[in-house]
Design a protein around this ligand. Structure first.
Ligand SMILES: *Cc1c(COP(=O)(O)O)cnc(C)c1O
Length: 457
């Protein structure tokens, strides 16, 4: 099909929007390893998990067989407020690069939370409400997840307690105030409101905090408060499931024009946007119906896929969460304070880890100065000011498009543009002032972190 016929933005009509999430585990012959109870070393039962998570979400977490799960009506209604998200043909960027490649991006930043996280927040809040809970607790790093959850909780009239990584709490006061505007309470982590927070503060009084530590506090707060459960914005298989709406919409939109991507790219923190974007495409790949090159892009400062080990590890610093088999840098790994807060998690989705281990996708790590160069180039050509996290995917997409320029190949590239960067202007300032550094952990640092992995075979 000729270029002329493909619009700048491919939208879906309301009646074309997905009504089901796609569960890629249903098509995986070898499933991700089960979550283990850190006390017994045995697979977690639904009953154990339901002390921490909402019942329906536990069922989704453990569901490895159903390929499709209906999106409840109330969630579909909420999705309609800000979805479908646009699938954009990056004509201007292609022209600027002089590449024969065709570049598409799925833009998830068109809602107040500014990222894809709202897709799962609304689902998790819905199931908490349905269970009759009073509220939920969670952690947030850069703040996007906390913002998304506070929006979802206010919609369903649920209480929302957010533990925010201390460095972000201080550096991103506006994010914090958005959450409070939606009615959430926000506590800097580590805090003295939990046992695990007090312990970490005693040991490391000057700590900037970390996601793993904030998770421990949020979990402790949930299990010790009547009528509360803990919710998590990434990593878990249920979150990937909810985020499959990104991939489903993309696929429906591309299919309308007979477009088949050759390369699919996404940034990977805990893996939820990438997992969601690739799910239906990976399904085709698993069933042998089509092939795609799939690339996860992570920061060189927190390289879980490219330099981590595939092992059981704790999901949190406090070691209260179930153990998950994943590509990990070790739960004690403290990434340097780079500017892509949403990509600073030590581990990775179990589903993506297993797919990566099976060789069904690849990964690359990029340095942040290069990432901001790509972000700036993108902002100046496509107009959108991208989040630092999203810009990792932009960087890889540009690299692939430039390869096509060399070889003359007209590949079709699809990447996930997960959000906007309006709350990341300190990072842009550092880049604009030429003061950005690229910290890459040494092998010795990683080795020290790996030595803290739990011994499980
Ligand atoms: C949280 C976040 C990410 C990373 O999380 P994943 O679970 O890996 O998708 C990426 N981009 C933005 C804008 C985010 O808010």
């Amino acid at each position: 099909m000729s270029n002329e016929k493909i619009p700048y933005k491919i939208y879906l009509e309301e009646n074309e929007m997905p009504t089901q999430w796609y569960n890629v585990r249903g098509d995986m012959k070898k499933k991700p390893a089960p979550l283990l109870n850190p006390g017994t070393g045995k697979p977690c039962t639904a009953q154990e998990l339901s002390a921490v998570f909402c019942d329906e979400l536990v069922a989704q977490e453990l569901n490895e067989t159903d390929r499709f799960i209906d999106i409840p009506d109330e969630i579909q209604q909420f999705y309609k407020m800000y979805r479908p998200s646009p699938l954009v043909r990056a004509y201007c960027l292609e022209k600027k690069l002089g590449t024969p490649a065709k570049i598409y991006y799925k833009f998830e930043g068109n809602n107040t939370s500014g990222s894809h996280k709202l897709n799962s927040a609304i689902a998790q809040a819905y199931y908490a409400k349905k269970q009759g809970l009073k509220g939920v607790t969670t952690e947030t790093g850069a703040g996007q997840w906390g913002t998304a959850l506070s929006m979802a909780c206010s919609y369903f009239d649920l209480d929302c307690k957010v533990y925010m990584v201390k460095v972000s709490y201080e550096q991103k006061p506006f994010r914090r105030e958005v959450m409070r505007t939606y009615g959430a309470s926000v506590t800097p982590s580590p805090s003295d409101t939990t046992e695990v927070g007090r312990k970490i503060l005693a040991e490391f009084p000057d700590t900037n905090g970390s996601l793993g530590c904030a998770i421990s506090e949020a979990v402790e707060s949930a299990v010790s408060s009547e009528g509360y459960r803990y919710v998590l914005g990434s990593v878990l298989s249920q979150v990937l499931l909810h985020q499959s709406v990104i991939g489903m919409e993309s696929k429906i939109a591309l299919d309308k024009y007979g477009i088949k991507p050759d390369i699919i790219i996404g940034c990977a923190g805990g893996g939820s946007n990438l997992g969601g974007l690739i799910s239906p495409f990976m399904g085709e790949k698993l069933r042998g119906e089509a092939d795609y090159q799939i690339i996860a892009v992570e920061p060189a400062s927190c390289p879980s896929f490219t330099r981590g080990v595939y092992a059981y590890d704790f999901c949190d610093t406090g070691k209260v969460c179930p153990l998950q088999k994943m590509y990990t840098l070790g739960s004690g790994f403290m990434p340097s304070p780079n500017h892509a807060g949403g990509l600073r998690y030590h581990g990775m989705s179990a589903v993506l880890s297993e797919l990566y281990d099976q060789g069904l996708m690849e990964a690359r790590a990029v340095e942040q100065t290069e990432v901001f160069k790509a972000a700036t180039q993108f902002a100046r050509t496509e107009g959108i000011l991208p989040a630092p996290e999203s810009s990792h995917a932009i960087k890889a997409a540009i690299d692939e498009a430039l390869k096509c320029k060399e070889t003359g190949e007209e590949k079709t590239i699809l990447f996930g543009l997960t959000g906007t960067g309006y709350f990341d202007m300190y990072a842009y300032a550092a880049y604009n002032d030429g003061k950005m550094s690229d910290y890459i952990p040494t092998d010795d640092e990683l080795k020290a972190s790996f030595s803290t992995l739990p011994q499980i075979d």
